[in-house]
Design a protein around this ligand. Sequence first.
Ligand SMILES: NC(=O)c1ccc[n+]([C@@H]2O[C@H](COP(=O)([O-])OP(=O)(O)OC[C@H]3O[C@@H](n4cnc5c(N)ncnc54)[C@H](OP(=O)(O)O)[C@@H]3O)[C@@H](O)[C@H]2O)c1
Length: 354
Amino acid sequence: MPLQDINHLTALITGTSGNLGINIAKRLIKEVPHDKKLTIIVTSRTLANANQTIQQLNSYNLEEVKRSAILDFDYSLMDFTDMVSILAAVYELQKNHKCIDLLYLNAAQGVYKGIDWWGATVECCTNPIKGVTYPTYKIQEVGVKSKDDLGLVFQANVFGPYYFIHKLIQYNMFGNSKDPRIIWISSVMSKPSYLSMDDLELLKSNESYEGSKRLIDLIHLATYKQLSQKYHIKQYLTHPGIVTSFSFFKFLNPITYYGMLFLFYLARLLGSPWHNIHGWIAANAPIYVSLYADQEFDKQNVKYGSASRWNGKEYLKTDEVDSTGENDVLTFFQSLTKQWDEKLKNQIVNTRTL
Ligand SMILES: NC(=O)c1ccc[n+]([C@@H]2O[C@H](COP(=O)([O-])OP(=O)(O)OC[C@H]3O[C@@H](n4cnc5c(N)ncnc54)[C@H](OP(=O)(O)O)[C@@H]3O)[C@@H](O)[C@H]2O)c1
């Protein structure tokens, strides 16, 4: 982005209260030139989390960064497992903001039951790097649906955010931006084998979280060209490597938490590029594609990963993404979008002239 040409940057980060989300916000506060006005829109499912996140970001600026230009915050309460809440959030956003320049699709959830401790011990003892990079011992529930009667993880992590983009475009929220960018957050765990084309809502899968990340990869590949040609929006695919996740703490006690951290550092020392551990380093790839990527030279058909060296020095690592199935996924998403447009058509009337 030619940052020098922009006077006011508005960024929306979904799931800002999480470790990655808050660090994306902090890096924006630090790295967007300090003489530019910056607006950060925090999203959460709860007002308490939104308020707390804004307080933390505000203190970070006042105590450590001290931007000279205006830094302001807004919040948007939205739950991606509730289509009406997505629509309501977009409706409020278009009333209060001229445009969104940067949209980080960071929020995610899994339906975890717990950890198979015996499996975890065996995996981590026999191959510690694999055990803490591609764990198979997190137990996920199968067949969980949202109250909208969609696969819950499918809706929370992929279809909800996809529909959010669709509605933001309908309300012309990118039209007034000089260089709008959408940044999807995928995962290192998104191999094609996690997704069955017969189960796109991930209802039969016991790896629905990983399947949702594979869907993100495919929906990105299936849409980025059209977004660019039709709406001048640049869309990028990123992943944060491995980072301590606030939402997973509930399954750990102090012993297992520090044991996990120890294995993360060990994996990094042994050469794993993905054990970033800290949210700040994990935010490197999303920040790179949103603030620094060159529209001409930085490819959009690859996945930008946040990586670090043994000593925690950050760098970027890009990977090719297997595109098998992208058209099937796009057709499915387009058809579901039509159905939801129809279902929601009387919920909120758009009074703006598009
Ligand atoms: N942690 C890792 O090692 C890792 C590895 C690969 C990829 N990732 C990806 O990186 C991103 C951030 O990870 P993280 O570990 O920082 O996550 P996290 O701490 O679990 O935070 C995710 C945030 O998403 C929000 N959220 C959850 N369900 C939602 C829903 N249904 N609707 C709206 N918001 C929802 C939550 O905010 P509220 O509770 O405030 O609503 C939560 O703070 C995710 O996309 C994750 O899949 C993480």
